[in-house]
Design a binder for this molecule. Structure first.
Ligand SMILES: C=C(O[C@@H]1C=C(C(=O)O)C=C[C@H]1O)C(=O)O
Length: 114
């Protein structure tokens, strides 16, 4: 026979409810932080795209190519180092930056065509 808790059943149920309440409160609090961080990420991305759109217009005016692989290599090196220092997976950081840069280049190509 396995060991059973010594508490009466209704008392055990009450403490389980208390744990559930504490877990629920922690989950809500963590999700509030996540929502704030997501909002900050969206605002930062919007600012970044404002800057890259200006770069795109400048490049188009001066007949410069939409992509700059050397600049991208420098950024990836820098971002990977920042990620490692921040305990973020550098592989993920690189993928994330490449995802954003691909979208920026798509915008620059569209600006050049317009
Ligand atoms: C914004 C630029 O255009 C492209 C997009 C980049 C980016 O999003 O960081 C970097 C290099 C370029 O391929 C740039 O040349 O600076």
């Amino acid at each position: 026979m396995t060991d059973q808790p010594t508490q009466p059943a209704n008392s055990a149920a009450a403490s389980l409810e208390a744990i559930d309440e504490a877990v629920r409160a922690e989950l809500t609090s963590l999700r509030e932080s996540i929502d704030n961080i997501d909002a900050a990420v969206v605002h930062m991305l919007a600012e970044r795209f404002k800057a890259t759109q200006r770069v795109g217009r400048l490049k188009a005016e001066h007949k410069l190519p939409p992509a700059d692989p050397e600049r991208e290599r420098d950024q990836i090196t820098r971002l990977r180092a920042l990620a490692a220092g921040a305990h973020l997976d550098p592989v993920f950081a690189e993928k994330f930056l490449n995802f954003i840069i691909a979208e920026v280049i798509r915008h620059h190509e569209a600006i050049a065509r317009a």
